[in-house]
Structures are given as structure tokens and as C-alpha cells.
Design a protein around this ligand. Structure first.
Ligand code: MBD
Ligand code: FE
Length: 281
């Protein structure tokens, strides 16, 4: 004999009414999901003897997450975005669709409409302090065949970890470009070396991380979408090797296969000779 309220007819009836599962109308899948989620909350409240003041503290926390536009930050911080990726990986393994560059999370900071160019681009607006970075590559299908006309949408932070469109000190679409691959599937770009992102120190995401004894840092990284006719879209990132948070990412996005070798070149003339010297090339 337990005194669990969850097991009582009154609570079971309440959950049926809350979710609409007892009635005919509406969306059955949604009803079942709402039933499960609310049941799990009831169960958590019971198991941890959550008090009303604690409950309302949590509700005002969620309100602040929305008000400060941090839903997209809390989600990766709680590993939810990584879990969705793990599910996609699992589904692909089951379907025999393995191979190629691994996916990892998108995060909350992509913007639509970055300038599009052919084959190459300079990403920084020329005012950004930081080490010059060149990256080049080739889009290939899983059989190794080059994909011409694929579009690489690339975005990353500046040397302070800030993203244009969110950091008001940066110009529009700074460090964001779309590049269409050439006939051999190749692309290249010049930019500046990004630094890692950190959650806003006074925001609700960092507040929860503090209470969990966690930090809110990401290692330095560069985001990519890769899109081509007839292919699934790839969402991925690369990490900059050597970063202190490389394997301690608050957003759980680092994966094997996404940490390319970084070669440091000190000859300024050789750097200049690689081209893409004009901002907004
Ligand atoms: C980022 O730059 C990011 O990529 C993620 C996943 C979360 C917060 C900031
Ligand atoms: Fe990012």
C-alpha cells in the first residue's frame, strides 16, 4: 500500500481530462504526448516533494528563458539538441545510410540570407582583429564523387566569441557567407580565427548552469550547412584544435571526425599570396 497520488483514480481521471485523451476530438498523438509529459511532471513533483514555492520559481524561470530569447541556448545546454542528433544517427545506421562527414548541432545563431558567392569568399569585413584563417575543401558524396553546385552556408563567431546579428558591434552578415562549390565540388574561404562562445553571464541559461555546477562555454568552432540537389542537408561544425573546451563543450557538439588539423603559417607574404585579400570578395 503506497500513498502515491499518481495511483489514485482522481489523478488518473485528471490526466485524461487534461490531455483530452478521454474525448474524441483533436490530435491523438498530441494528446498522448501531453498525457506523458504532464504525468512525468506530476510524478517528479510527487517523488521530490516539490513545494508550491519551488514550482512557481521554476515557472518564473521558464518565463525568463522565453523573455530573454534563450530557449535555443537552454536546449543544447540540456543535451536535447545532441539527443535529437543521436536519434538521426541511429535512424541512418538502421537504414544503412552511414558514411560521410558527421553531423552535429545547429545551435541558435544561424541567420538566413548570408551573401552568396561562387567558389570562394572572404567572411570577415576587414575590421575584425584576429588571426587570419584559410579553409578549403571539397564536397563529395558518400562514394567520393565531387558535388558541383553544392552550397556551403558557413557562420562563426569573432575573436570575442560574438556572432553578427546578435552582437550589435558587428556589421551585417559579418563572418557569415554562402559559397557555391565549383565544377570539382571545391570551395575555399578566408576569415579570422573564431573564439569560443560563452552563455550570457546574467542570463537564465547560465543561471541554471551555475546551479548545476557547470560552465557555459563552447570551444572555438565554425558552423556549416551543406545543401545540394538530390542530397539530404548536412548540419555540422568543425572545432579548432587546441581549445581548452574542445572536449568540455556545454552544448555537447564536439565529435570525432570534426577536429581538422590546423596548420599555422607565419610568413605574411605567403598568407597574402593565398588571395581573398579584399573584404567581401
Ligand atoms: C553557439 O555558438 C552554439 O553554436 C551553440 C550550439 C549554442 C550556443 C552558442
Ligand atoms: Fe556557434
Amino acid at each position: 500500500m503506497t500513498d502515491s497520488l499518481m495511483e489514485t483514480k482522481d489523478v488518473k481521471d485528471l490526466l485524461m481530462k487534461v490531455s483530452g485523451l478521454g474525448d474524441g476530438g483533436g490530435d491523438l498523438r498530441l494528446k498522448r504526448i501531453v498525457h506523458r509529459v504532464v504525468s512525468d511532471l506530476f510524478r517528479t513533483i510527487e517523488e521530490f516533494d516539490v513545494q508550491p514555492d519551488e514550482f512557481w520559481t521554476a515557472m518564473s524561470y521558464l518565463t525568463r528563458v522565453g523573455q530573454s530569447n534563450e530557449v535555443g541556448l537552454l536546449v543544447p545546454g540540456l543535451g536535447l539538441e545532441t539527443f535529437l542528433d543521436m536519434r538521426l544517427d541511429q535512424a541512418e545506421r538502421k537504414a544503412g545510410l552511414e558514411g560521410g562527414t558527421p553531423r552535429t548541432i545547429e545551435g541558435p545563431l544561424w541567420l538566413a540570407g548570408a551573401p552568396l558567392s561562387q567558389g570562394e569568399a572572404r567572411l570577415d569585413d576587414g575590421t575584425e582583429p584576429g588571426e587570419v584563417l584559410f579553409m578549403q575543401g571539397q564536397v563529395r558524396d558518400v562514394d567520393g564523387k565531387p558535388v558541383a553546385g553544392a552550397v556551403i552556408d558557413v557562420w562563426h563567431a569573432n575573436a570575442k566569441g560574438g556572432y553578427s546579428g546578435f552582437d550589435p558591434s558587428q556589421s551585417r552578415y559579418n563572418l557569415r557567407r554562402r559559397i557555391e562549390t565549383d565544377a570539382e565540388g571545391r570551395y575555399r574561404f578566408r576569415s579570422i580565427l573564431p573564439n569560443g562562445y560563452a552563455c550570457p553571464p546574467d542570463g537564465p541559461t547560465q543561471q541554471l548552469l551555475d546551479a548545476l555546477g557547470r560552465h557555459g562555454h563552447r570551444p572555438a568552432h565554425i558552423h556549416f550547412f551543406v545543401v545540394a540537389q538530390g542530397f539530404r542537408k548536412l548540419t555540422t561544425q568543425i572545432n579548432i584544435d587546441g581549445d581548452e573546451y574542445l572536449h568540455d563543450d556545454f552544448a555537447f557538439a564536439t565529435r570525432d571526425g570534426l577536429i581538422p588539423e590546423v596548420k599555422r603559417v607565419t610568413d605574411a607574404a605567403a598568407i597574402h599570396a593565398r588571395g581573398l585579400n579584399a573584404p567581401y570578395a
